[in-house]
Design a protein around this ligand. Structure first.
Ligand SMILES: *Cc1c(COP(=O)(O)O)cnc(C)c1O
Length: 475
């Protein structure tokens, strides 16, 4: 059989040629976006139009323009006007480590399929554990996203806390977790996947400042017990996604300890504050957590998707998915930390550890402090600008780089203001110069900014507000 297509697809020379060309194009893209040479953070298209384009492109598009069309038709996370969702503008070096991972494609489930990245994963998760304040009994691993990591942590919690072995014997009584009503929806989803149902997801109300009202923990636990629900874990958000407000990890940790509950910290967004000299106080108490989730692709400048799940007691990391009785595992001569698939939900994963290691090796650990501290500073600055502005209102004073605000006008009722703010956000999206998002808090429609780009400045903030204000008169 002739295999001309395969020969072409696997040609090293073809790869070299296209690779050089693509790197040049991406470097130009980066230069253009970082320096805001072109104004837009997004060129918005309606989904149906985009779908039509790509159907046609497959038939008639010019191959040479494939990569540039993809680039053009995405959201420019490196543009300083990109202040929307929480994914990082990647440190460009990690696009290079990403290329290594994609080409070498070691599947990582077993050590043999990724010797370097497996050992590297141990190095970097040990560094993360140490930074959290854990001792050497701790262990961590990397997995594909905060969503999966939260589910994995709750599975570990269930295994570690309950006398009853649900993994082997299934459910025999109603179980539950406690989490703030402002937690990321993936915690709710994880609990449902674990069969906890509505009643097993005990939502703790939040304070006026949108942090978990820890004074309600005791009564909620008692109410659950009265209903026959065995609570096994309590989860703190660090911070919660919508508002960027941190729960009081210290107090949640004390509560969990007093009641023999697993204490999990969802630090997908802001767990990285452990690296910030100025903002590590936001995660005070994190060292008491039994498990911590930190996303590399949010506050640590890495490409999607790479998440660290760190556990205070490393044994719990290795028994979550154990098919055999746990005593067999503990009887092993040594812990096989290097076979990652035993700990992770997924089997194959990408060589994600090399992003973390590359940043550490090339720039050093202080870059994480700079990134988190600067962006949180900018979140505070944006908050101050809003506070001083007569036409805008904050939902809550920012404590991180997430800021919820809205246009205000005392002459309008809530429904009209909600409609107006939703329309303003829609107009921003369609125009595309700035990319911001939105959220609803207690029935109030807010515009939401996450300062993710270190090169977004006060001038960008002020121009955004001027633009919004200028449009208000059209509505
Ligand atoms: C983003 C986020 C998640 C989900 O993480 P993914 O990596 O997107 O799966 C979970 N919890 C919090 C608090 C988050 O901000």
């Amino acid at each position: 059989m002739k295999i001309p297509l395969l020969q072409q697809a696997y040609s090293a020379e073809d790869f070299r040629k296209r690779g050089h060309q693509l790197m040049d194009e991406l470097a130009d893209h980066l230069d253009d976006k970082l320096n805001a040479k072109s104004p837009n953070a997004i060129h918005w298209n309606e989904p149906e139009d985009e779908l039509r384009f790509w159907k046609e492109f497959l038939e008639t598009g010019k191959e040479e323009t494939l990569f540039s069309e993809i680039t053009k038709r995405t959201t420019y996370v490196h543009h300083p006007h990109y202040i929307g969702h929480q994914v990082s503008p990647t440190a460009p070096i990690t696009a290079l480590s990403g290329t290594i991972s994609s080409l070498l494609n070691n599947g990582m489930a077993v050590y043999e399929m990724g010797m370097a990245p497996s050992a590297i994963e141990r190095v970097i998760t040990d560094i993360l554990c140490k930074q959290i304040g854990y001792d050497t009994n701790s262990r961590g691993f990397l997995t594909s996203g905060g969503t999966l990591a939260n589910l994995t942590a709750l599975l570990a919690a269930r295994k570690a806390v309950l006398d009853h072995d649900v993994w082997h014997e299934g459910h025999s009584k109603p179980l539950g977790i406690m989490v703030s009503s402002e937690a990321h929806y993936c915690v709710d989803r994880a609990a449902r996947i674990m069969g906890l149902g509505d009643q097993g997801i005990v939502k703790i109300p939040v304070t006026d400042a949108y942090a978990m009202d820890v004074s309600k923990l005791e009564i909620c636990l008692e109410e659950s017990a009265a209903k026959g629900i065995e609570i096994f874990a309590v989860i703190g958000s660090a911070p919660s996604t919508a508002t960027g407000v941190y729960d009081d990890l210290q107090r949640i940790g004390e509560f969990a300890k007093a009641h023999n509950l697993w204490f999990h910290v969802d630090g997908a967004h802001g767990g990285a504050a452990i690296f910030s000299g100025k903002y590590s106080h936001t995660v005070a108490g994190i060292d008491q957590a039994d498990s911590v989730v930190i996303d590399g692709h949010k506050m640590m400048m890495m490409p999607t998707i790479t998440t660290a799940l760190l556990m205070k007691d490393g044994t719990n990391a290795s028994t979550t998915f154990s098919q055999k009785a746990d005593y067999l595992l503990t009887q092993e001569d040594h812990e096989d930390w290097y076979n990652s698939g035993k700990r992770t939900f997924e089997c194959t994963k990408n060589m994600m550890s090399i992003h973390w290691y590359t940043i550490l090796k090339i720039y050093g650990i202080d870059i994480f402090d700079e990134f988190v501290t600067h962006l949180y500073d900018m979140g505070h600055l944006f908050g101050e600008i809003i506070t001083d502005h007569p036409d805008f209102d904050l939902a809550v004073p920012p404590v991180s780089n997430i800021v919820c605000f809205r246009y205000k006008n005392d002459a309008l009722d809530l429904a009209s203001l909600n409609k107006l703010n939703a329309a303003l956000r829609r107009a921003l999206l369609e125009e595309g110069e700035y990319y911001i998002v939105q959220t609803k808090l207690r029935g109030v429609h807010y515009l939401r900014v996450t300062v993710m780009n270190p090169f977004t400045t006060e001038i960008h903030f002020r121009k955004l507000l001027d633009k919004i204000k200028g449009w208000v008169f059209d509505y």
